[in-house]
Design a protein around this ligand. Structure first.
Ligand SMILES: *Cc1c(COP(=O)(O)O)cnc(C)c1O
Length: 227
């Protein structure tokens, strides 16, 4: 797959630059390579270049790729919409789920996480712009959901994730990310200990990094446009 290695190096440099511009160390910004609808060869090329974290949106596709690429060296993140009848295979195969948006899903993941596996890392997806068409919990409901999820065994609640509406302007892009950061800060001041803000994609990672992103989810900038 021509270009993946080059793209990967380029995005690493761009993330480091965005971190420096934001006055942050790059050490706490993890690049999640979003490989949905891209072939296994592209994942393996990125892995050979040093990438470890991969994000998949579709359960069946993700599980097949995990089977082919392996789980010993790679870390797999589920970032798509999760239906309750598909939680078991996600709980068995992935190390992270970024898109928990209701207690029912969290309970099932908790019950279905194999006892011999490490705790499943989860983030709550927040509908930060309160868009009708988007999944995610409303900001006003995050506190209650987070408190309940934090009690569940075999899950480790790590933080919050969002997928804001597309905005062109940098200052505008920052606003929903700032709102997510403030939400995380308020959860932490209520006694939770969350360390993850999963926010920013190919078009807006710099704004997300300025607002404290700890995981940026980048697909197109690494693997090219999707079909
Ligand atoms: C596809 C996707 C991404 C990556 O988007 P790009 O614009 O290709 O970087 C990130 N997060 C989620 C939830 C996605 O579905």
């Amino acid at each position: 797959m021509i270009g993946v290695t080059e793209n990967f190096r380029k995005i690493q440099d761009l993330l480091a630059k965005a971190a420096a511009d934001a006055g942050r160390s790059g050490d706490h910004i993890r690049l999640l390579a979003v490989s949905k609808r891209k072939p296994v060869e592209a994942i393996l090329e990125a892995a050979a270049a040093g990438q470890r974290d991969f994000g998949e949106n579709f359960v069946q596709e993700g599980v097949e790729k995990i089977g082919k690429c392996g789980r010993d060296d790679l870390i797999w993140h589920f970032i798509g919409h999760l239906q309750s009848n598909k939680t078991r295979v996600v709980a068995e195969s992935f190390q992270w789920v970024h898109t928990v948006d209701r207690l029912k899903i969290a309970r099932r993941l908790s019950e279905q996480r194999p006892v011999d596996a490490a705790d499943l890392n989860v983030c709550i997806e927040v509908n930060i712009d309160a868009e009708e068409s988007k999944s995610g919990v409303n900001p006003a409901d995050v506190q209650d959901l987070a408190t309940e999820i934090a009690e569940l065994p075999r899950l480790r609640l790590r933080g919050l994730m969002c997928l804001p509406a597309i905005r062109e302007d940098f200052a505008e892009q920052r606003k929903p990310f700032a709102a997510l950061r403030e939400l995380l800060e308020s959860l932490n001041s209520s006694g939770l200990r969350l360390d993850t803000l999963s926010m920013g994609m190919s078009a807006d990672y710099a704004a997300a990094i300025h607002e404290g992103a700890t995981i940026v989810r980048v697909g197109t900038a690494i693997f090219g446009e999707r079909e």
